[in-house]
Design a protein around this ligand. Sequence first.
Ligand code: NAI
Length: 364
Amino acid sequence: MAKHIVTLIPGDGIGPETSAAMQKVVAAAGADIEWELAEAGAHMIESCGSPLPESTIDSVHRNKVAIKGPVTTPVGTGFRSVNVALRKALKLNVNLRPVISIPGTGSRYEDIDLVVVRENSEDLYAGVEFEEGSEGAKELIEFCKEQGAGVIREDSGISIKPISITASDAIVRYAFDYAKRLGRRKVTAAHKANIMKFSDGLFLREARKVAEDYPEIEFNDNIIDAFCMNLVMDPSRFDVIVFPNLYGDIASDLCAGLAGGLGIAPGANIGPDYAVFEAVHGSAPDIAGKDLCNPTAQILSAAMMLDHLGETDCAARIRSAIRRIYREGEVVTGDIRRATNSDKPAASCTEFAAELCRILEEDN
Ligand code: NAI
């Protein structure tokens, strides 16, 4: 029997391609993992009636650890996000996205080393919404008027933004504990508390309270718009940054863009009982099924998973092979060729994975 059993959710779009590459690289790094395949995505609706079958959630319940590829979410209409549903079902309140520049990827900065810690369970992603013209929307608009809370136009759709003490305390505490564990110097809380006093204001107040329990770690806060400018001008001002859900989602793509693009940005969703590792990027329908995608983000997500499983040597070997492949710059995918303005031929996803496996086997 393998040492670890991990649920593998390939997802859709480029997910099956990045997942296959990841599996090969993890095996070449010497990790003893049995993959339990579980499905999610639009292709499951016909056979299961849902894009997120119960059997997929059961598999993660059993194995505690999963790695997934992206899943397409229809915009505006159709089913709600499988990712949000999975995070809810497994109580994955933390979204952790380390952002480290890798030389050779054409990143805007060569020395980025920061960590995005995003609250994963509430804010505008709570899924509490009222469709324009619905009874609920009408009643809410009337209620707000009666309460003197403000006038909402009658033809509005409404999404509610709940921010709780419980979730804010938990996410900020996670950020500080992470900073302490990894010897990081500073935590920054990003918010818009000047405008949203009862939601972001609460988040900031809780962040300040939690910071008092960690006097050895520097703490400051930044209004989200100023944060974006500060980050783009000088990322070295930041170390660990903690966000409510929506700002964290946007900021992690921004950070990924500064550090070499979505193709190399890994992530994890972590809760008290389960952990699901996944790249920051989506299903990339424009390149899906063509063997063009860059699997680095999912491979680096697998390295985070191996750390989580205690297989730190395998994780380190994978990170080192990734640094080498980009340093050498001979076998890289099209996104990196474009980012580095190179006219050398691009490798396919399969060729890239094969070269990484070769490097890992050579290093062994
Ligand atoms: P996207 O991340 O899928 O693509 C944005 C751009 O980056 C595209 O040009 C794409 O080709 C490129 N790209 C992304 N990953 C790449 C990779 N590994 N290698 C090379 N190029 C890559 O974002 P988009 O287009 O906004 O979303 C597409 C779908 O993915 C949507 O349905 C969205 O809801 C879903 N999505 C799912 C996520 C998840 O399952 N965790 C996360 C983000 C989006």
